[in-house]
Design a protein around this ligand. Sequence first.
Ligand code: NAD
Length: 487
Amino acid sequence: MLKQKKEDKYFKNYIGGDFHAPISQNYLENYSPPIGQVYSYIPDSDERDVELAVEAAQKAFPMWSNTTLEMRSRMLMRIADLIEQNVERLALAETEDNGKPLSLSSTVDIPRAASNFRFFATAILHFASESHAMGKDVVNYTLRKPLGVVGCISPWNLPLYLFTWKIAPALAAGNTVVAKPSEVTPRTAFLFSEICQEAGLPEGVLNIVHGLGTKAGRAIVTNPDIKAISFTGSTRAGKEIAQTASPMFKKLSLELGGKNPNIIFADCDFQQMLTTTIRSSFSNQGQICLCGSRIFVQRPIYERFKTEFTAKAYLLKVGDPMEENTHIGALVSKEHTDKILHYIDLAQKEGGTILAGGKQVHPKGRCSEGWFVEPTVIEGLPYDCRTNQEEIFGPVVTIMPFDTEDEVIKYANSTEYGLAATVWTSNLQKAHRVAERLESGIVWVNCWMVRDLRTPFGGVKNSGVGREGGWEALRFFTEPKNVCIKF
Ligand code: NAD
C-alpha cells in the first residue's frame, strides 16, 4: 500500500527519484470539474526543469538499459501491484480531477493502468527479433536496442490509463523516460510518481515534469537529447510536434483526434446494438477518442432507432460523478464545455434538430458550479457539414439515415480523421467487406471498446502516425540494427 501521506496541494515534479518544485517557483491552478473550482496547484515547469529531467534520465540510462529483462519485468510488476493496491485512492483522485464517474475510474481507468504495466512487464520477456538466412553461408540477425531517453506526452481524457500506456512499454524496452501528463488532469500522474518511488524504481529511470503543453511539452519535443516522442492528444498539437521533431529526425508516434463513424445495418441484433451504442456515444461524457460520434442507420430501422436511442439518452443521469447511479459526469474544463455548447449551437445553425439534450446542466448541491452538459442527439444534418466533420469530443452525437453500403462508406470515410469505426450487422460477408473499405485504424464489428492489448492501436489520415500496443509499442521504443554475417 502507498504510504498515506497528507497530499500536498502543491504537486511536484518527479526528477531523479525525488520531488522538486519548479525552478521558476510558479504554479498553475488545477480545477476540479464537478465543482468548477481550483483545488490544487501544479508546477508551471519550463525548459530548465525539462533539462534537469533529461540529465537525470541520461544518467540512469546505462544502468537501466543493462538490467536483465527479468529485473525490469519484476520492477514493472511491482508498480502494477501498487496501482492495484491503491485503486480506490487513485480512482477518487481521477474522478475529482477529471470529472468522470467514479464507477468508470474505479473499474476502467485505474485497473487498466495496472494492466498496462502487467502486460508490458510480461511482453518484454517474450519480445524477440528476426533472423534471415540467405542460402547456406549468410545469416542476418536484427538486434533491438533501447533508444535512450524518450518523451511521453499524454492528454486529459483517460489520464493515468494513457500515461501508463506509453511509459510501461518505454521502460520495459530499457529506455529512460521524461513524461508529461496533461496540465488539465495532473493528479494521478503525481500520485503515480509516489508509487514509482515506493516501488523502488531506480532514480532517474522515470521523470515526470508537469506544466503547459506550449512550455514544458514543447521543451520535451525540442530537447535534442530526447530521441523519440510518443504523443497522444489533439491533431493540432500533433501537427506542431511533427513540425518541430521531424527535422530533428526523432522517432514519432502520434495518436491524434477522431470523428468515428458508427454504421448500423438493418440486419443487426437491435438490442445488443442499442445498448452498446449508448455506451459508445456517451461513455466518459463522449470524451474517449474511440467514441462513435456520427451514427449512420440504415433506413428500414432508422425511425425505431431514433425513438429508442433518444429515449435511452434521456434516461442517462447527469450529475455528481461520485454518486453511484451517475452515468454522465462533468466535462473536463470550462473551455471544453464552452466548445461543446458552441458546436451544439452550430449544429442548429446548420439545420440540425435536437432530439435529446442540448443544454448545460447545473445539478443541485455541491456540483452546482461544475461543468455538465446533457447527452445530446441531433438529426437532420448532411454528412459533410462542419458538425459532422470536426471533432467535438463531448456527449454529442448525430444520427443520419442511409440506404446502401456504398453510400455509407462514402459518408464514413468523408472526414479528415480515421481512428476507429463500428459496424453492426449479422451478415458476415458484409461485415468483412465494409471493414476492409473503411479508412480507419481500428474497426469493431458488433462490439465496441473490446481491447486486446496485443493488437495494433492507432489511426490513419489526420488521426495519427504509428501504432501503439503489443509488439508495435516495443518496436517503436527500440532501434533495430541488422548484423549480416558470412561464414
Ligand atoms: P492536447 O493536444 O491539447 O494536449 C495533449 C497533451 O499535449 C497535453 O499534455 C498537452 O499539455 C500537450 N501539448 C499541447 N500542445 C503541445 C505542444 N505544442 N508541444 C508539446 N506538447 C503539447 O489534447 P487534449 O485536449 O489534452 O486531449 C484531447 C485530444 O486527444 C482529442 O483530440 C482526442 O481525440 C485526442 N486523443 C486521441 C487518442 C488516440 O489514441 N488517438 C486518445 C485520447 C485522446
